[in-house]
Design a protein around this ligand. Structure first.
Ligand SMILES: *[C@@H]1O[C@H](CO)[C@@H](O)[C@H](O)[C@H]1NC(C)=O
Ligand SMILES: *[C@@H]1O[C@H](CO)[C@@H](O)[C@H](O)[C@H]1NC(C)=O
Ligand SMILES: *[C@@H]1O[C@H](CO)[C@@H](O)[C@H](O)[C@H]1NC(C)=O
Length: 380
């Protein structure tokens, strides 16, 4: 079953790319964009693979997950998607008579240091993947390639939401709009993940890093670092540019007082410029008119709207996580009178409580429920 699914999925890209593209002029910019997208997908696939090989169940529960099954189910699907995306893009390159870039090596040690670091990094990576395809879209002239890229974009957006949830601090869908990032901007963020040279034929803007510890919230004064901000530049004359999804342009504040304003939520890209002119939402403009750019972007998240969905996955929010055995009938009726219950159990939200996670039927017809510490409304 699984195998035939993979074969079908791999056959599809050839069908998508084969006929129309061979008849077209070879668009070298489109090939560059496909190579770039392929390398990002190679990185994502290897990153999830490295994380899943490294962590054991207790690493996930130590990091606060109610159960390792929650992240592992999602990471397995996402890793498979990224592998298929890479095959898909490589078949597109083959149809253009181009070879993929397979020589890039990735530095995954720091990003997979522990589960918390990994999920936080994965959230950046998935948001970056969405921003990268959005930013590359205007550069792809061929509608067939554009549609193929869009079919990856919609799936990266699902991954993005999942990682917004799994990384534990954000909201699942924080904004009605995502931020497009031009290829040189994506490479500024991705550069620290490359182990050695990775020549994609696209220059990277200088990497910018946030040196603050802890969450970024309204009022946080960001401290920013880049090799491009050095003795040759007067910091007093620089500007910090913050851009969020749906904003027509960046919020500009002095570099030395880069305070996050109130009223923001979601992913935020930050640049440093030598000019107080705001940067436009339009990434084509930023890629082209970059003479005032000093460094960046870097990406962070302003998390001001905590969500129940996110909190549900965390053991600390469930109080004591308990496990009890109830019959299948009890589970479906929601009566929860079980063997020794102080909990009411159903398959939805209990009165004053949160959903339970069924872990399947046992041999004696009872199901094991990984539950939450909720009070029985019957007063038990
Ligand atoms: C210092 O910054 C300038 C311009 O931002 C850059 O051209 C130069 O390479 C930087 N020097 C070092 C040592 O990184
Ligand atoms: C869990 O429920 C029990 C019984 O109602 C209660 O004594 C205990 O304090 C609860 N624990 C938490 C962390 O809420
Ligand atoms: C409920 O029963 C299980 C299995 O018999 C036992 O391990 C657990 O301690 C009991 N819990 C309570 C709250 O009595």
């Amino acid at each position: 079953m699984y195998k035939s699914f993979v074969v079908l999925a791999l056959a599809a890209p050839f069908a998508v790319f084969a006929a129309p593209i061979n008849k077209r002029q070879t668009p070298s910019l489109a090939a560059t964009v496909l190579k770039f997208a392929d390398v990002l997908n190679q990185f994502e696939a290897q990153f999830y693979q490295a994380a899943m090989s490294k962590f054991v169940d207790s690493d996930y529960t130590d990091a606060g997950f109610v159960s390792s099954r929650i992240p592992l189910e999602q990471f397995t699907i996402i890793q498979n998607d990224e592998t298929l995306h890479s095959s898909f893009l490589q078949s597109g390159l083959a149809a253009l008579g181009e070879s993929p870039v397979t020589s890039c090596k990735f530095n995954l040690d720091a990003a997979t240091k522990d589960v918390a670091t990994m999920t936080a990094t994965a959230r950046v990576v998935e948001n970056l993947a969405v921003s990268a395809i959005l930013g590359a879209a205007p550069l792809v002239g061929d509608p067939v390639i554009l549609q193929a890229a869009a079919s990856i974009l919609t799936v990266e957006a699902k991954h993005q939401s999942m990682l917004n949830v799994l990384s534990s601090t954000g909201s699942s869908i924080p904004s009605a709009f995502d931020i497009p990032l031009a290829p040189s901007e994506v490479l500024a963020i991705a550069a620290p993940f490359f182990d050695g040279p990775c020549d994609l034929g696209i220059p990277a803007f200088p990497t910018l890093t946030i040196t603050n510890d802890g969450p970024v919230t309204p009022g946080t004064k960001l401290t920013l670092k880049s090799d491009a901000i050095n003795g040759t530049i007067c910091e007093d004359e620089l500007f910090c540019q913050m851009l969020l999804g749906g904003f027509p342009n960046s919020i500009t504040v002095p570099f030395n007082n880069c305070v996050v304003p109130a009223g923001l939520n979601g992913p935020m890209a930050i640049w440093v410029t030598s000019d107080e002119q705001p940067l436009l939402f339009n990434s084509v403009d930023r890629q082209t008119n970059n003479n005032k750019l000093v460094a960046g972007p870097t990406m962070t998240f302003v998390d001001t709207q905590p969500q129940t969905l996110v909190q549900m996955l965390r053991a600390e929010n469930a109080g004591t996580v308990t496990s009890k055995v109830i019959t299948g009938g009890e589970a479906s009726s929601g009566s929860g009178s079980g063997t020794n219950s102080t909990s009411s159990v159903n398959n939805g939200v209990t009165d004053g409580g949160v959903p339970v996670l069924t872990t399947g039927f046992s041999a004696d017809g009872k199901i094991n429920v990984l539950g939450w510490n909720v009070t029985d409304p019957q007063g038990q």
